[in-house]
Structure formats: C-alpha cells, structure tokens
Design a protein around this ligand. Sequence first.
Ligand code: NI
Length: 258
Amino acid sequence: MKLFDSHCHLNDPKFKKDLEEVIERAKDNSVAHVIVVGYDLKSSRKAIELAHQYEDFIRAAVAIHPHDAKTVTEESLTELKELAKDPFVVAIGETGLDYYKNYSPKEDQIRVFIEHIKIANEIGKPVILHIRDAFEDAFKNLEGHPVKEKGVFHCFSGGPDEAQRAVEIGFYVSFSGTITFNSKKLEEAALKTPDEKILIETDAPYLTPVPKRGRRNEPAYVYFVAKKIAEIKGKPIEEIASTTFRNALDLFKIKKWS
Ligand code: NI
C-alpha cells in the first residue's frame, strides 16, 4: 500500500528537531509522498528547500495564508510569483478565505485570494484552498475567477452540499484528521464525494487524528484518515489508498512518481 499526504507543514518549526525521523516514520507507515504547504513567504521558501532536499518524497506549495491577508503587499506577491515558478512547486496554497478566525478583514482576504488565483493561472498550477465558514464567498469568487488547473478544498469542513459543489466545479475534496472526530456532516460529505475526487492529508502538525489525539500530528498518521474513509465508504483501505494516491498525482501533475 502507498499513501499520499496531500497537505502537511514539515516546514513548521515544530519539525525542526526531528524531521529526519518524522520522514522515516512516514515511509515506514506506507507514506510514499507528501506535499509541504507554505503559509507565508518564509515557510514557502522552506517548503521549496525541503522539496529539493528530499526530491523523491516532497513537493512544495507556496502562498500567504488568508489569516495574513492584511499584510500582503505588491512586493510580497511579486516574490511569491517568483517562488511559484520553481519546478518543485506543484500548487499555489494555502490560500482562500477564513471567516471563522477573521484575522484579516474580509475585503483583504478576498483581494489576496484573487491575487493568488491570478498567479496560479499565470504559471499554470492548481490551488490548495483553505476555506472556513466562507463557502458562499469562496464559490462566488471561484466562479468569477476560475482556476484553469483547478485545485483542492483542503481540510474540508463543509457538508455534502459543499462537497458536491466543489466536485461540480472540477475540484478535489481533501479530508484530514477531522474526519475521525465523529462528525456526521463530514462523513456525509465523504460519502457524497466520488472516490476519484478525494484526497487525504494530515495538515501536520495540526489536527492529529484519532487514535493519536494529544500528540503532534505527522504524515505517518495519514493512514488513520485513509482507514476512516475506507470505513465510511465500506471499501478496503488499499483501494482508498491507491485511488487517493493517483488523484494526488493527477491534480499536482507529478509524472515522475507515477
Ligand atoms: Ni495547512
């Protein structure tokens, strides 16, 4: 069995001390590849550095998180675009809208979200979306500013209706450890999403799945996300693993690993 953790933050300082061991444990637990996702310029640079350092295991995504939208300037977007051109960058993310925390004003979040979509379209890469309590505005802006190479709703937090809408516009839906938290809404969303549109992720170091709650999350635990989806769908985990693996290669256009 081969698993693909489509979203983690091995660029987070929490992995500084034991990154080698974390990667070894992931490989020991069938995780063949991961995407390391940026959330500001520094973490985006770090994601690229890791992708070059571990080129058989890691690819990168670069972006400035909606939380920090109010800090985004012309200069930071110019630098982001330069970073996005690196051949090991496979997506623009995580970008999107977060009206739950609302750390930046909505207007700034929308402005910066659209700027990220423009960059994705200019360089021909998909987007990784962080959408929280903002599905209406997210779909509205994706309709007004379509992403040519599509993308994924990461750490999906919507219900079956939002999952269906995401699939209708050609996007993937990615489930994280939150799918193991006994949420009827998320389980229904997973049931509604065709297997060919599902990705799995850890979002490590956050959102540790059951039964590892209370510890730092890491890519090795993506197994528990796959296992839960297999249970919900009544399918063997091997089947969910191989479908979501192929989906990730397709979305991020990684030929080398297929
Ligand atoms: Ni994340």
